[in-house]
Ligand binder design. Structure first.
Ligand SMILES: N[C@@H](CCC(=O)N[C@@H](CS)C(=O)NCC(=O)O)C(=O)O
Length: 239
């Protein structure tokens, strides 16, 4: 059994999708990131970077309990555990590293850049004027467009990012939801749109995006406490 510590945000959804696609049993533990649960002592023991998601596999590979944080590592772990959605090095090394390079592209590029584009275009505007924010808005929106261009070219003539449907698609897809929040119109990226819709239609993906959905209904703006937790003093307190 897997204990999953998560919240319905793009990084959480990557793992919800993989667990649902693999048909693995898992227990969901809500880590409400607006309420500050990511800083609790117990959570920090398995996720020292104070970010969701993280998991403990009670029946880990090799028969030992194992805990994993960072979604790239978690996806590779679950693929190795199940033998699904990532070719094995001994069977198809080229295919494996094709998937892994696109997974790393997501981890190092799409996640951080789309996250910042979303932050400057939405949350930061709750507090600051556009005069002050314009450089950040432009920089990260441009970077989001650049990455969409890379993805659109990659998907030309392909159904999935790297070979068959894989953990690379599962990592990228949740970050392509709500494109308007990052200043993106999917109509400009027809290959991405086709790929996005095909994955969106998968029953496992539909189940995955509903994980904790009801608990996470949130007001349009952060109140003082939620702001401090997510972007303010609490986030940067040392020790
Ligand atoms: N690189 C990390 C990123 C995880 C991450 O940023 N998670 C966000 C939610 S999508 C989070 O926990 N935010 C809480 C916070 O900012 O305090 C991963 O892939 O696991």
């Amino acid at each position: 059994m897997i204990d999953l510590y998560t919240w319905p945000a793009p990084n959480g959804h990557k793992i919800h999708i993989m667990l649902e696609e693999c048909g693995l049993e898992y227990t969901v533990h809500a880590i409400n990131i607006r309420a500050g649960d990511q800083f609790s002592e117990d959570f920090l023991k398995i996720s020292p970077n104070n970010r969701i998601p993280a998991m403990i596999d009670r029946d880990g590979i090799g028969g030992q309990e194992i805990s994993v944080f960072e979604t790239g590592a978690m996806l590779i772990y679950l693929a190795d555990k199940t033998g699904k959605f990532l070719p094995k090095a001994g069977v198809d090394p080229k295919g494996r590293y094709d998937v892994l390079q696109w997974l790393m592209w997501q981890m190092g590029g799409v996640g951080p850049m789309f996250g910042q584009a979303g932050h400057f275009r939405n949350y930061a505007r709750e507090r600051e004027s556009d005069d002050k924010l314009q450089y950040g808005i432009d920089r990260y929106t441009n970077e989001a467009h650049r990455l969409y261009g890379v993805l659109d070219r990659r998907l030309e003539g392909r159904d999935y990012v790297a070979g068959d449907y894989s953990i690379a698609d599962m990592a990228i897809w949740p970050w392509c939801r709500s494109p308007d929040r990052r200043g993106i119109d999917h109509a400009e990226y027809p290959n991405v749109l086709r790929w996005f819709d095909a994955i969106d239609a998968r029953p496992a993906v539909q189940r995955a995006v509903k994980v904790l959905l009801e608990e996470s209904e949130r007001p349009a703006k952060h109140d003082e406490k939620a702001w401090s937790i997510m972007f303010g003093d609490r986030q940067f307190k040392r020790g």
